[in-house]
Ligand binder design. Sequence first.
Ligand SMILES: Cc1cc2nc3c(=O)[nH]c(=O)nc-3n(C[C@H](O)[C@H](O)[C@H](O)COP(=O)(O)OP(=O)(O)OC[C@H]3O[C@@H](n4cnc5c(N)ncnc54)[C@H](O)[C@@H]3O)c2cc1C
Length: 427
Amino acid sequence: MIVGGGAAGLGVARGLQHPLRKAGHSLTLVSTENVFLYQSILPEAAGGTLEPRHVVVPLRTAVRRARVVVGEVERVEAAARLLHLRGVDGDRFELGYDQLVLTPGSRSRTLPVPGLSRHGIGFKSLGEAILLRNHVLARLEAASQRPPRDPRRRAALTFVFVGAGYAGVEALAELEDLVRWAIKHIPDVRAEELRWVLVEARDEILPEIGSGLGGYAARELRSRGIEIRTGTRLDSVEGGVVRLSDGETFPAETLVWTAGVKPEPLAALSELPIDDMGRLRVDAAMRVDGHEGVIWGAGDAAAVPDLLGGGFCPPSAQFATRQGKRLASNLLATLEGREVEPFRFKALGVLCSLGRYKGVAVVLGVRLRGFPAWFLARTYHLLQLPTLNRKVRVVLDWTLALFFPRDVAALGSLHDPTKAFERASKE
Ligand SMILES: Cc1cc2nc3c(=O)[nH]c(=O)nc-3n(C[C@H](O)[C@H](O)[C@H](O)COP(=O)(O)OP(=O)(O)OC[C@H]3O[C@@H](n4cnc5c(N)ncnc54)[C@H](O)[C@@H]3O)c2cc1C
């Protein structure tokens, strides 16, 4: 039984499906959606270079030999080897297991900032990426309908991103590229009116790639007119006004929160052992403390010791995918009475795209920037994307994007699709 069809869970399922079938065992994958989301290329779905459906892979085609159950696991009852689930219709039911793998991933880590939960937009799911894209394009339309000196026009054209890790920087860079293209078709909105602000509490952006390349990325973003506020926090976002810790306040109708992640609370709710950050406590072979040989954990939700880098593995797809593969081998070894092996992986590097043809990367110690970094990031993500079907579709999207302009269609009605029919039925 695997809980979570993400980077780690899919890695486990793909590693187990054939050997388990041969050995006469069954494999079940439970996840809240029937797709795997490849989060690393989510910014491109928001920016319009990728068709949103192409950044997800149906779980049933990715792991054909597993039974897929769509639902949310609310609690694990370890003593009875039972999962308590809520299905797609809200019905509650239970599933038993012999071996359990927990990979529920992480969710946005927020802070008690006034107004944040109401006005902030997260950037972790496909729904949020589509919502953000439509919201940003709708702000351009709104601005074009407001008089030039109306302060609400300035608010519509001000976009604030909080958190300058790779998710925030990539999302901002893609959307800024999209908006620059979109306003070519909206004569009422001028490029000088746009304001992009990147707020980061630490002293540098992209700390994952080192200050040299982070500095390059900052210069590249600044050359595009993006304001970078390091050493600054968001104090509040209320009534369409953003207040920063340096005292500045300004109107803004878009606030994107990408300031880190925290583990899904499933382990805590199940009274399984967790560390002070809420991550499942596991050993280097990814066996849960006190439940060795029965419950396993990997990915963002588990504190997997990083034997080569020290401390614990970072929450990244690069680590989660490899952990999934190692966990599958260890689980099989346990079933067959063989020795398990500890997870050992040295990060290959970090890749960050800064919009079309631009990027920064450190790969195997080699630092790259500009087009080579952007090209490498794309090639890497293509190799990692599961199934040939999705690889071909993504290559086609990228190839078409070379010949055609960005797609600026706003599909705002997606967020309230029943409204038109409801109105028609009341007439
Ligand atoms: C915008 C963005 C860009 C990123 N870019 C990169 C990058 O360039 N490189 C990189 O290495 N990493 C990147 N990451 C991080 C990377 O995507 C994550 O670290 C990785 O996906 C973690 O894998 P996981 O399997 O632990 O969790 P996930 O991939 O999040 O999968 C968890 C799965 O569990 C399911 N689930 C959760 N709770 C339950 C429950 N109670 N019951 C049933 N199912 C449940 C979820 O629906 C989901 O399918 C990025 C992340 C984001 C958001």
